[in-house]
Design a protein. Structure first.
Length: 175
């Protein structure tokens, strides 16, 4: 239930993100909310195997939505999950300020990795400085959205725990 809810929530965020990118003239301010879902999974109680598989799935959806080469965001999503898992083990910090700072930092790192890969592969890459500015602005927008995405993920986890508890008692959930 939690895994399905996480993947559906990431899909919904990708739909909103792509719609928002087409509606506003400043697509450089569009946050990467699906990557924030991956970050949340790494920081909270998601086991390594399931989290890596869900991160892989979310990254694959990001590749499909972005029209980028398949595997680019898939790799970045799994890497962000593993790095955030390591950060959760080492830092043990909680709170919305930590969420914002870590989201900004990891989206900045992920954007740098995507830029490096695209610069190596893409022949018509353009100006590195222009792309670096866009990565910085998107990291800032993602950091501002991160507490709301984390709140949505907390709601999914609470709903999953409630559903599991009710199922073990033999109750049927009607909503």
């Amino acid at each position: 239930m939690r895994t399905t809810g996480t993947i559906l929530f990431a899909f919904l965020l990708l739909v909103l993100q792509s719609s928002f990118a087409h509606l506003v003239p400043w697509d450089m301010f569009v946050p990467n909310a699906a990557l924030t879902v991956v970050l949340y999974m790494g920081l909270h109680d998601h086991d390594l195997g399931r989290g890596a598989i869900v991160s892989f799935s979310i990254g694959y959806m990001m590749d499909a939505f972005a029209g980028s080469p398949i595997g680019l965001f898939t790799f970045v999503s799994v890497a962000v999950f593993l790095i955030s898992k390591l950060a959760a083990w080492r830092l043990f910090l909680q709170g919305w300020i930590f969420e914002i700072i870590l989201a900004w930092f990891l989206v900045l790192v992920a954007g740098g990795v995507v830029l490096a890969i695209r610069a190596l592969v893409d022949q018509d890459f353009g100006s590195l400085l222009t792309h670096a500015k866009i990565v910085g602005l998107r990291a800032g927008a993602t950091a501002l959205v991160a507490p709301f995405v984390f709140g949505g993920m907390r709601w999914i986890e609470q709903f999953s725990v409630t559903a599991r508890r009710n199922a073990s008692r033999g109750k049927v959930i009607r909503r």
